[in-house]
Design a protein around this ligand. Structure first.
Ligand code: HEM
Length: 500
C-alpha cells in the first residue's frame, strides 16, 4: 500500500473524529435554551396568571431566546429586541401566520378575519381593505364628529356623577363604557335600537371573555374529548350560534346611514363594508362572512386595548401630579379659553403625546402581542427552528430593557423629547402595536380616541384621589389575561376646572 496513504490514515481518522465531535457539539448547541419541563404539560405551569411577567423572570435565567413546551406545542419566547429585529428582517414571512386553534377558529369566524386568520391571500386582502377603507388616517379623521359626540356624553356623565353623593366617580367603568360605545358606534352607526344595542353588548362581552378561555384541544389535541365532557364545546357552539344570529339581526335589517362632514359623506364601518360588497374594483368578493370577521376583529382587538391604555393614562396622571399640571398647562395654552379641546389642536400637544408614549412603554395593553407560527423551517440566532413552532414576543419586557432605556422603571415622559423613537414598528425595542407584516392596523384609530379623551378629561376637570386614599395605595399590577388592563379600578374625585 502506498506509504503516503498509510501515513494519512491516522490523520484522516483524527479529522473525522474531530468533525464528529464538532457535529455532536453543534447538535448540542442547536438546542434552544429551555427551562426544565414536567411530563405531559411541559412548561405550561410556568406561565402563571400574568404570563408576560412570568416569562420575563424565566428569561433572566434561561436567556432572551427560550424554547417552551406548552402542552403539545413548541413555543419560542423572545425577550430581546435584537432577536426580534433578526426575526423580522430575515423571517417575517416565515412567521407570518397565526397558530390555528379551536378558539381562534371561532374568533376569526372560520378564518375570515385579519387578526386570527392564517397568512395568505384572504388575510392580505382583508388587511389591505381595513387599512384603506376603515382605519386609514382619512377615515379616522372623517369620524371625528362621532368621537366629539360620545366624548361630550362622557364629560356630562362625569359632571353629573360628581354632583351626587360623595363626589367620587367610578372612572374605570366610565372609560370602559365610553370606548365600547364609541367603537360600537363607529362600526354600526347610531341607528340601532336599544334592543339591538343590548344584543350587541352581550355579544361584545362574550367575545372578549372567550379570548381568555383555555380549551384542552388547543394545548393537547388528543384530549379534545375533555372539552366535550366539561361543556366547553357546547359553550363555544352556543356562542357562535348566538353571534351569527346577532349579526343577522343587526346587519341584515340595517338601514344605510351617512353623515355629511365638511362637504363629504362620512360613513360608519358597516355602511362602508356593505358599499364595498357592490364595488367591482375591490379585487375580491367581500362576503357576509368577511364582514362578520372584520367586525369581530374590531371588537376583540380594538375595544379592550384602547380602554386599558386610557385607564393606565389616567392612573399615571393621578400618580404624578406634577405631570398632570404640565399636561393641564399645555392644554390651557393651546385652548385659548375654549371649554373643550378640538381634534385640530392635538398636533400642538407635545407633552401629552410623550406622556402617552411613556404610558404604553410601561403598560402595553397587548404585552405579548399576538402569537405567530412558522410556516417552514428557519434559523434564528444560529438555531434550527422547525416548521410549526409558535413565536411569542415579550414586548412588555422590551419596555424595561436597560440596554435601551435609561432607568427603565422610572416613569419619565421627557425621555421621548428630542428623540425619534416611535411605536410604529421601526424601533424594535418599542413595539406595543406589534411589528412586521402582522402589525396592528388600528394604531392611528386608537391613538386619536385616547388623545382626545385624555385631553378633555384633564382640561375640563381637576382630578384627585378620594379622601383617605394616597398615591401609595394605588396598585399598579395588571389583571390576569391576554389584555393587560389595570387590576384595581380607578375611582377619583373630579372638580370642574376653571378654563380661563
Ligand atoms: C391601544 C390600542 C391598541 C393596541 C395596543 C393594539 C395592539 C395590537 C397588537 C400588539 C397586535 C398584534 C401585532 C403583532 O402580532 O405583531 C394587534 C393586531 C391587530 N389590531 Fe390592534 N391594538 C390596538 C387597537 C386596535 C384597534 C382600535 C383596532 C381596530 C379598530 C385594532 C385592530 C387590530 C387588528 C385587526 C390586528 C391584527 C393584525 C394582523 O394580524 O395582521 N387594534 N394590535
Amino acid at each position: 500500500m502506498n506509504p503516503i496513504f498509510l501515513a494519512a490514515i491516522p490523520i484522516i481518522s483524527f479529522f473525522f473524529l474531530l468533525l464528529k465531535r464538532r457535529k455532536a457539539n453543534s447538535q448540542k448547541v442547536a438546542l434552544v435554551p429551555s427551562p426544565p419541563r414536567l411530563p405531559f404539560i411541559g412548561n405550561l405551569h410556568q406561565l402563571g396568571s400574568i404570563p408576560h411577567r412570568s416569562l420575563h423572570k424565566l428569561s433572566k435565567q434561561h436567556g432572551p431566546l427560550m424554547l417552551l413546551q406548552l402542552g403539545s406545542f413548541r413555543t419560542l419566547v423572545v425577550s430581546s429586541p435584537k432577536i426580534v429585529e433578526e426575526v423580522i428582517r430575515n423571517n417575517d414571512i416565515v412567521f407570518a401566520t397565526r397558530p390555528m386553534t379551536k378558539l381562534t377558529d371561532a374568533l376569526s369566524n372560520n378564518k375570515n378575519d385579519i387578526a386570527f386568520a392564517p397568512y395568505g391571500e384572504n388575510w392580505r386582502q382583508m388587511k389591505k381593505l381595513a387599512r384603506t377603507h376603515l382605519l386609514s388616517s382619512q377615515k379616522v379623521k372623517s369620524l371625528s364628529f362621532a368621537r366629539a359626540e360620545e366624548l361630550s356624553l362622557l364629560l356630562e356623565k362625569v359632571a353629573d356623577e360628581t354632583s351626587r353623593g360623595n363626589g367620587v366617580v367610578k372612572l374605570t367603568e366610565m372609560l370602559n363604557s365610553y370606548v365600547t360605545k364609541l367603537i360600537t358606534r363607529v362600526i354600526l352607526g347610531s341607528w340601532i335600537t336599544e334592543e339591538k344595542k343590548a344584543l350587541w353588548s352581550k355579544l361584545s362581552h362574550e367575545s372578549s371573555t372567550l379570548v381568555f378561555q383555555a380549551f384542552f384541544e388547543d394545548f393537547f389535541p388528543n384530549l379534545k374529548w375533555l372539552d366535550v365532557l366539561c361543556g366547553l364545546d357546547r359553550k363555544l357552539k352556543n356562542y357562535t350560534k348566538n353571534r351569527d344570529a346577532t349579526f343577522d339581526a343587526i346587519i341584515k335589517n340595517h338601514g344605510h346611514e351617512s353623515k355629511e362632514v365638511n362637504g363629504k359623506n362620512s360613513t360608519y364601518f358597516i355602511d362602508t363594508l356593505l358599499d364595498l360588497q357592490n364595488d367591482s374594483s375591490l379585487g375580491f368578493v367581500l362576503t357576509d362572512d368577511h364582514i362578520r370577521g372584520l367586525i369581530l376583529d374590531m371588537i376583540i382587538a380594538g375595544i379592550d386595548t384602547t380602554f386599558a391604555t386610557l385607564d393606565w393614562c389616567m392612573t399615571e396622571l393621578v400618580r404624578n401630579p406634577k405631570m398632570m399640571k404640565k399636561v393641564k398647562d399645555e392644554l390651557r395654552k393651546v385652548a385659548h379659553g375654549e371649554d373643550m379641546i378640538s381634534e385640530e389642536l392635538l398636533g400642538q400637544l407635545c407633552y401629552l403625546k410623550v406622556f402617552i408614549k411613556e404610558v404604553i412603554r410601561l403598560h402595553p395593553s397587548s404585552p405579548l402581542l399576538l402569537p405567530r407560527e412558522s410556516l417552514e423551517e428557519c434559523q434564528i440566532q444560529g438555531y434550527n427552528i422547525p416548521k410549526q413552532t409558535r413565536l411569542v414576543i415579550n414586548a412588555w419586557a422590551f419596555g424595561r430593557d436597560k440596554s435601551y432605556w435609561e432607568a427603565p422603571e422610572q416613569f419619565k415622559p421627557e425621555r421621548f423629547f428630542d428623540s425619534n423613537v416611535d411605536y410604529k414598528g421601526k424601533d424594535f425595542y418599542f413595539i406595543p402595536f406589534g411589528v412586521g407584516c402582522r402589525i396592528c392596523p388600528g394604531m392611528d384609530f386608537s391613538m386619536v380616541v385616547i388623545e382626545i379623551a385624555l385631553a378633555n378629561l384633564v382640561h375640563c376637570f381637576d382630578w384627585s384621589l378620594p379622601s383617605g386614599i394616597t398615591i401609595e395605595d394605588m396598585d399598579m399590577i395588571e389583571c390576569a389575561g391576554v389584555i393587560s388592563s389595570r387590576k384595581q379600578k380607578l375611582e377619583l374625585v373630579p372638580i370642574a376646572s376653571k378654563v380661563n
